[in-house]
Design a protein around this ligand. Structure first.
Ligand SMILES: *Cc1c(COP(=O)(O)O)cnc(C)c1O
Length: 475
């Protein structure tokens, strides 16, 4: 062998120490300065993207220049999603213990796809799922799955419902969801073989909640046409306006009609962790399955969604599989590959487990409740601003509104003014807002769900909305 060992990809312990330290230093400095970062970085970067294209590098680079490029040039050119003023879409923030967990999971690189390969570690994931079950008041016997996000959780829920109610007779099955539902429901349905001609979009009411009478009528019409209504996917907090569908009433209909009730709680489910807020989500624990997004309501970094299924055996039945090269299955302990479509995968359980262990449930409840309280306070303040009309008060922690004024005579003018209001506020750099379009009306939204969003930034948010609304209407 020659002196230089080109085939080795190993680093010495002191090299790993130094590199790890360099990364932690950059990451912590980044977080320490996050509040002073523009809430929306410079996104006019098509030229930067073009300049980044390169052939496979033949030889390796040093770490420091890569960190320079990432932290100084590329990371800032994005939405500052971890910033306290990020009130756009559905925030989360990204708590530090989860980042530590990811580092540990990736450096120790144990195999948690099958129980036998790391039973004690898989147990931590099972614990984390049990804790989510406890917060959601799902019964014992429920089971769950950690996924890459809410979309994949919903996909797996549709598979469970399809298997139970349709078997191989997929084409006759019909699925119901509201006109305010997240687009991932229709997309997941398609992935699960339920095509758009079998998805019924149910009208919502003045509060953007699914209309129960319209749901009943649609189910009856499909039955009369010889189809098989098998699933309702309702929303526990829509992305547009934060609306919570009438979960109790939908659960009643599903019970009566023999349908699977899935609740999309990707935005709203974690409010159920707070007992005093449970009335806002009444009926949620009766669902057959529930999508949660720990990377929203548990404030984790992106990459972790979750599914709970009331009949744990149903989830297992969909995914259970074996092969000659796998260990024999056992019944006592949770086994991820027997409950989801993936075999090899990362260790998502560790970030959920570690965050809950390090903070404890009490601090989680306090943080979640504070986000709602901030939204309720801010909505009342914003509603007092001349020209602002509230379209959706916070059912959870999201509210939506638009601008009206004597000069805004047409819907187009109101839409343009509302969009300009959001853009002007966002351009000031402290608070980022995004809107939504509902039946041709453009609404501004404020969604409070980042753990870094506290009272001070909400005061700024209200102030800046008032100032910019005044300028748009009066200048
Ligand atoms: C975010 C969201 C989803 C999709 O979840 P991902 O984690 O982005 O896949 C679905 N439904 C609602 C209500 C959401 O807010």
């Amino acid at each position: 062998m020659s002196g230089t060992d080109d085939a080795s990809l190993e680093f010495s312990p002191s090299q790993m120490q130094a590199m790890g330290q360099a990364v932690v230093e950059r990451a912590v400095a980044h977080l320490a300065a996050i509040e002073s970062q523009a809430i929306r970085g410079d996104l006019d970067v098509a030229d930067v993207c073009r300049s980044l294209r390169e052939p496979v590098p033949e030889h390796g680079a040093e770490l420091e220049p890569l960190l320079d490029q990432l932290f100084d040039e590329l990371i800032p050119r994005s939405f500052t999603t971890p910033g306290p003023g990020y009130l756009a879409y559905i925030p989360g923030g990204g708590v530090y213990p989860a980042a530590l967990a990811s580092f540990i999971a990736d450096t120790t690189n144990r195999y948690t796809g099958v129980w036998q390969a790391a039973p004690a570690l898989v147990q931590l994931e099972a614990n984390a799922l049990e804790w989510l079950r406890d917060w959601m008041c799902f019964p014992e016997g429920s089971s769950g799955l950690l996924t890459a996000g809410g979309s994949m959780a919903t996909f797996n829920a549709i598979l469970c419902a399809r298997e139970r109610y349709l078997g191989t007779d997929i084409r006759r099955g019909t699925l119901y969801t509201s006109d305010q539902a997240h687009h991932s429901i229709e997309k997941s349905a398609k992935l699960a073989g339920i095509f758009h001609d079998r998805v019924r979009i149910i009208a919502s009411d003045g509060d953007y909640r699914m209309r129960v009478d319209a749901l009943e009528a649609a189910v009856a019409a499909d039955r009369a046409a010889g189809l098989r209504p098998f699933m309702v996917a309702s929303s526990a907090g829509t992305t547009n306006t934060g609306a919570v569908d009438p979960l109790e009433a939908v659960a009643d209909i599903c019970l009566r009609e023999g349908m699977w009730h899935h609740v999309d709680g990707a935005y709203g489910a974690f409010f159920h962790a707070c007992p005093e807020l449970r009335p806002l989500l009444a009926g949620l624990p009766r669902a057959d399955s529930l999508t949660l997004d720990p990377h929203k309501g548990m404030f984790l970094p992106y990459g972790t969604g979750a599914l709970l299924v009331r009949d744990g055996a149903a989830l297992r039945a969909v995914h259970s599989a074996t092969a000659g090269y796998l260990p024999a299955q056992q019944e006592e302990f949770y086994d991820p590959s027997q409950h989801g479509p993936e075999l090899s995968r990362g260790f998502p359980g560790l970030r959920v487990w570690m965050a809950i262990k390090m903070f404890g449930a009490a601090r989680y409840r306090a943080a979640i409740a504070e986000k709602r309280a901030l939204a309720v306070w801010a909505a009342a303040e914003v509603a007092r601003v001349p020209g602002i009309v509230m379209d959706a008060w916070p059912q959870l922690s999201l509210f939506a509104f638009h601008l009206e004024g004597p000069r805004l005579a047409s819907q187009d003018a109101r839409n343009a003014a509302t969009a300009e209001l959001m853009e002007r506020v966002t351009a000031r750099g402290r608070v980022m807002l995004t809107g939504c379009t509902v039946e041709g009306r453009h609404l501004a939204r404020v969604c409070v769900l980042s753990f870094r969003t506290r009272a001070a930034v909400m005061r700024e948010c209200v102030e800046q909305i008032a100032q910019e609304a005044g300028r748009i209407l009066n200048d």
